[in-house]
Design a protein around this ligand. Structure first.
Ligand code: F3S
Length: 422
């Protein structure tokens, strides 16, 4: 790999042993993928190092002790608890204490305490064309597709990029790898879809299942708020490992179909209709209509202020069924704005909990975490959500039954204590 003089000096240890080591990992990583050089990243979304991963906190503390500071604006991904109000998620004290060690290490490194899977709703908007390093599949696909920033699935290498400011020029940082490969024409998208996440989540899940890790191009999509595109990408990155999609006339590298494919011919072309979305919802759901439920989760990915406003209007003056735990997940920054606006008070008076920093899937309620830390197994039997990502992972990691439905019907399900189909 060709290195600049500055990079060579860093590698030689002129800026300290810790930076040399971090750059060494980045160079090795790049050489394994035949990258010709490194690039300067502009932004980083940093792994959370959650208390649920054995050893990761100690590693982070050692890393923070060795490195003085991140060198680009850096946000942080989700934790295993709401660390502003740990009692809200019921996390055992000893796990919360472990997690707070992570937060201190982040602070020492200069990482912003965003603790969210939607840093883009917290002001992290990397510019079009800028190389970045990111974890969290739903954020990665958004940065690449909706903003035209350049990132791969950063994984653990992200933290080495944050302190060196470097990443190998490879994968989606190369223009030629950003061409669309498969064409999806969307037909009969449900009429209310611009307002409801369920159909966007279903569409993303169907496309992700079809393309795996390749690049889909979608045509005939309606104009919709940014939250729907976040939902679409999150689902694509769940059923597949999609990190980039183009939506013609909506995303910045796809003003036209030809532009999305960069002059290449699509490998496949498919039409997606409403029935395919309904089938996906039915296949993911294993709750029966009207079956009693005990958990509702909205806010996957983490909600925006506008989404909290809509739900608080809907729950104003109502009461959630006393047997149902209703979590609405967001970031601490958005929650703080929602507190100022009075939405949180309305939601919590109705019996919902506005949770920040985490979500059921990332929390201590994972079966593997319960086993590792000798905790009682999570008492969630039947969960309702409007998100395929939440449905898939709670089924697998928490072991509960799930019911997918529209956001509106999920709220009504919370009030009635039973699963209402879409
Ligand atoms: Fe975010 Fe948790 Fe969903 S981290 S994307 S709310 S599974």
């Amino acid at each position: 790999m060709k290195l600049t003089d500055f990079e060579k000096r860093m590698l030689d240890g002129q800026f300290g042993k810790a930076l040399a080591e971090s750059l060494h990992y980045i160079v090795q990583f790049g050489e394994a993928f035949d990258a010709e050089r490194l690039v300067d990243i502009q932004y980083c979304h940093y792994p959370a190092e959650m208390a649920i991963y054995e050893g990761s906190i100690e590693e982070l503390q050692a890393f923070a002790a060795d490195h003085s500071h991140v060198v680009v604006p850096t946000t942080s991904s989700t934790l295993c608890a709401d660390m502003q109000y740990p009692e809200k998620t019921g996390i055992p004290e000893r796990l919360a204490q472990k997690q707070s060690l992570t937060c201190s290490a982040h602070q020492k490194l200069g990482i912003q305490p965003t603790y969210t899977c939607t840093p883009q709703l917290n002001g992290a908007i990397p510019a079009f064309g800028s190389p970045i390093a990111s974890v969290e599949s739903s954020a990665i696909i958004f940065f690449n597709s909706m903003l035209g920033a350049r990132t791969n699935r950063g994984g653990l290498f992200t933290k080495f990029s944050a302190v060196t400011g470097k990443y190998p020029k490879m994968g989606y940082l190369l223009e030629e790898n950003r061409a669309g490969q498969h064409h999806f024409q969307v037909k009969d998208f449900p009429a209310n879809s611009t307002e409801d996440s369920l159909w966007w989540s279903a569409l993303g899940f169907v496309i992700g299942s079809s393309v795996g890790s390749e690049v889909p191009v979608i045509t005939d999509m309606p104009i919709a708020p940014i939250e729907r595109w976040i939902t679409l990408g999150a689902a694509m990155a769940t059923s597949g490992s999609v990190s980039l999609f183009h939506a013609v006339e909506h995303t910045p590298e796809a003003y036209t179909l030809a532009m999305a494919f960069k002059g290449k011919t699509p490998q496949t072309s498919k039409t997606i209709d409403k029935q395919m979305l309904v089938t996906a919802i039915e296949q993911m759901t294993n709750l029966l209509p009207n079956e009693k439920i005990d958990f509702i989760c909205l806010g996957c990915p983490h909600y925006s202020l506008e989404q909290l406003r809509i739900i608080s209007n809907r729950l104003q003056g109502k009461k959630v069924d006393p047997d149902v735990r209703f979590w609405i997940c967001t970031s601490r920054m958005i929650r703080s704005m929602a507190q100022t606006a009075g939405y949180v008070q309305v939601l919590e008076e109705a019996g919902a909990k506005v949770i920040a920093d985490t979500c059921p899937v990332e929390s201590h309620m994972r079966i593997s975490t319960c086993q590792e830390y000798h905790l009682p197994l999570p008492q969630i039997r039947a969960l309702v959500t409007d998100s395929f990502k939440m449905a898939r992972y709670t089924k697998d990691l928490i072991g509960c039954k799930v019911g997918l439905t529209t956001t509106e019907k999920a709220i009504q399900s919370a009030l009635e204590g039973r699963y209402l189909v879409w």
